[in-house]
Write a new protein. Structure first.
Length: 332
């Protein structure tokens, strides 16, 4: 095998954006050759699809879907509902529970119908749980003390279940996922997600999979990674490592240098994640592994941490890194 897609027994791919797909030949070539599945990084988020109330803009998302279909790659949709971050400004203004519920239901219906049969799966709700008690997020306060839009507070904890029902109605063929981060380091959050999934299964709420984002670093303990994969897999649902990247500079050092020792640690971490996924998740539940980005030049991390980092399997020139080899070696 000469690419990730050829080597991997389960789907593998990247979160990608239309602009570098159109403007950077090496980015496009890497995605074309290495991926069997893609996720939209930004183009399918509510803020991009519906920047104004009643307006739906599918241009970027359709471009990615058309590319994937022409190359016979799977498309994973991300995300129908997000508690706050990428909700459009107009949606964040809504406070009336009936109006908010109706708006989300109609949004899911419109978007789910638009991509029906083209998107294999959806993250229906993203990041609904807090990082402390593993409770559904109710209060979010920004740095200046302003209370922010919060779906859980307005609609109640069981809104997550209803969003899954709306998504299933819009596209009965799509596999529906709950997606969250930090499950490998926050036991309360992991346990709450497992409990919710089990409750959904018992109540007949249409959930098919769990997304483990895995924005981890070279310092993330292996034990927590293995526990998260194992507990999620024990639900019997599909398991998607949905946003994998391994930061090398978790301390956000200003004068960071990727030494050979750190490159080796990143290799080992990628290898551990892949080998654990392959060993612990039954084959029938292996939905696949998605990197959150393709290359270190377009990774979301440096912009977010305001620091230097190299978290992905390709460097900024699209050369395969030791991290790439870590993925391959984890398959054996
Ligand atoms: O494109 C504009 C640019 O024109 C503007 O000058 C600049 C100023 O802030 O913002 C740019 O948009 C930013 C966009 O990324 C593109 O870089 C947004 O502010 C920024 O909020 C956005 O961040 C994205 C974030 O989700 C929020 O939507 C990241 O790229 C994206 O990778 C990240 O992805 C999330 C997953 O959806 C969920 N899990 C965590 C993951 C990483 O945070």
């Amino acid at each position: 095998p000469t690419t990730l897609a050829e080597a991997s027994p389960f789907p593998v791919g990247f979160a990608i954006n239309p602009s570098p797909m159109q403007n950077n030949a090496r980015y496009r070539q890497t995605v074309t050759q290495e991926a069997s599945s893609i996720t939209a990084d930004l183009a399918m988020k509510p803020s991009r699809i519906s920047p104004q109330k009643g307006v739906f803009n599918f241009e970027g998302a359709d471009y990615l879907v058309d590319f994937a279909r022409s190359q016979k790659k799977r498309v994973h949709g991300h995300t129908l509902v997000w508690y706050i971050n990428t909700s459009p400004e107009w949606l964040k203004q809504l406070r009336d529970s009936t109006e908010l519920e109706t708006t989300l239901r109609e949004y899911i219906q419109t978007v789910g119908t638009h991509f029906k049969g083209k998107v294999a799966s959806w993250d229906v709700v993203n990041e609904a749980f807090d990082n402390n008690q593993g409770a559904i997020r109710r209060d979010s306060v920004d740095k200046s003390g302003r209370t922010l839009f919060n779906v859980g507070k307005i609609l109640g904890n069981d809104y997550v279940a209803r969003m899954f029902q709306y998504a299933h109605k819009a596209d009965p063929g799509a596999r529906l996922f709950y997606n969250d981060y930090g499950q490998e380091t926050i036991p309360a959050k992991l346990n709450a997600i497992v409990a919710m999934a089990t409750d959904f299964q018992q109540r007949g709420i249409p959930i098919h999979g769990l997304g483990l984002q895995m924005h981890i670093s070279i310092d993330t303990p292996d034990a927590g990674i293995e526990t998260a994969i194992r507990k999620l897999a024990d639900t019997g649902l599909l398991i998607h490592i949905s946003e994998l990247d391994v930061a090398m500079n978790p301390g956000k050092k200003k004068d960071f240098i990727a030494t050979p020792a750190l490159i080796e640690q990143q290799y080992q971490k990628y290898k551990f994640v892949v080998s654990t996924y392959k060993k612990v998740v039954p084959v029938s539940q292996q939905f696949g592994i998605t990197f959150w980005g393709v290359d270190d030049g377009t990774s979301w991390i440096p912009g977010h941490c305001q620091c230097t980092d190299y978290a992905l399997p390709f460097d900024a020139q699209f050369a395969r890194k030791r991290a790439y080899q870590g993925f391959l070696d984890g398959l054996h």
